[in-house]
Design a protein around this ligand. Structure first.
Ligand code: NAD
Ligand code: KPL
Length: 305
């Protein structure tokens, strides 16, 4: 079986993973959107990683989804709303025993992907690392963090897991990946939409702690109803800790909105509200938050799904 890492989505996180794996001598191939992007990439001569004051270019080979050859190991690093359409483009190339690592934030996109490639093993990741694009094919490693990986259907650690340590990618295998993803989703639901609505940095929410607290109460009820009691434990305290620790930062949703980009709302607050609906749970604060956010995005001319 080939040990090449195919990377679908050469944006911020995909480039960060690609450069670190390539730097460690692992075989990496980027899968780019189309021939035009491939040509632009080839002209740039590779991906550039900026880390503190060090800048280095990696001439990682690239192709489009239409290239020939089986894919055994695929890292999907698109936004949550792009993951399923992107995987549909490479699905015919996925080998029978392929492993697909999904880096998307939130919940819902992982199941959309798994439904499209039932023969592949889908591994979910929850990442607290931070990276952003400084320009085309150039990414800055902005925040050290951690990656939890797991497969809700199979607790066996993948054979390639040590590649991550060798590449300096901090990661741990967990059998509770869904708990991790639900917890992060709850944190994002309690913080991100309010930063958009109040037009503030995370620390600005210290002036709206009543609203934050009411959301945390409902989110904890939802987590317990969804069979995630551990993810509900001490949620409000952690939300307050994150607000304080990231007081000077703008949330990822705030940054998306202010850059005129589509948000991942559907896989965050949208997912929470749909899950509540399925369980017949009334969560008026969360519902109202979703409604206000949708109106806000619509008024800005941004997609609200
Ligand atoms: P990004 O927008 O920087 O990169 C996504 C890339 O996927 C883009 O280059 C886009 O062109 C590409 N893409 C989309 N559809 C494609 C297709 N069909 N074929 C090939 N390429 C395609 O996004 P990102 O910031 O790297 O985020 C990726 C995921 O990781 C998101 O779910 C995000 O929430 C999560 N995440 C990001 C960070 C971070 O710091 N950037 C941290 C934690 C989690
Ligand atoms: O993950 C975040 C984000 O901005 O997306 C934090 C900092 C936790 C805020 O929800």
């Amino acid at each position: 079986m080939s040990s090449t890492w195919h990377i679908l989505g050469a944006g911020s996180l995909g480039s960060l993973w690609a450069c670190r794996l390539a730097r460690a001598g692992k075989a990496v191939r980027l899968i780019l959107r189309d021939g035009q992007r491939l040509q632009a990439y080839q002209q740039a001569g590779g991906l550039t990683l900026v880390e503190q004051d060090q800048t280095r270019r990696y001439a990682i080979p690239a192709e489009t989804a239409q290239a020939q050859g089986p894919i055994h190991r695929l890292l999907v690093a698109c936004k949550a709303y792009d993951a399923a359409p992107a995987i549909a483009g490479v699905a015919p190339r996925l080998a029978e025993s392929a492993e697909v690592l999904l880096l998307q934030n939130g919940l819902g996109s992982q199941d959309e992907v798994a439904d499209l490639v039932p023969h592949a093993r889908c591994i979910f990741a929850s990442s607290t690392e931070g990276a952003f694009r400084e320009g085309d094919w150039q990414v800055r490693f902005a925040g050290h963090g951690f990656n939890w990986l797991g497969d809700p259907r199979n607790p066996m650690i993948p054979a390639w897991f040590d590649d991550l340590h060798e590449a300096g990618i901090p990661a741990e295998w967990t059998v509770d990946i869904l708990t991790r993803l639900w917890r992060k989703l709850a944190l994002n639901c309690a913080i991100n939409p309010l930063t958009v609505l109040h037009d503030c940095q995370n620390g600005g929410l210290l002036g709206h702690l009543g609203e934050v607290q009411a959301l945390c109460v409902e989110l904890a009820r939802l987590l317990r109803r969804c069979g995630q009691p551990q993810a509900a434990e001490g949620l409000e305290e952690e939300v307050q800790r994150v607000i304080l620790a990231t007081a000077a930062n703008y949330s990822s949703m705030y940054q998306d909105v202010h850059a005129g980009r589509r948000t991942e709302l559907h896989y965050l607050l949208g997912h929470a509200c749909r899950a509540a609906g399925r369980h017949g749970l009334q969560l008026p604060q969360l519902e109202h938050l979703l409604q206000r956010l949708v109106e806000n995005l619509r008024a800005r001319g941004l997609p609200c799904d």
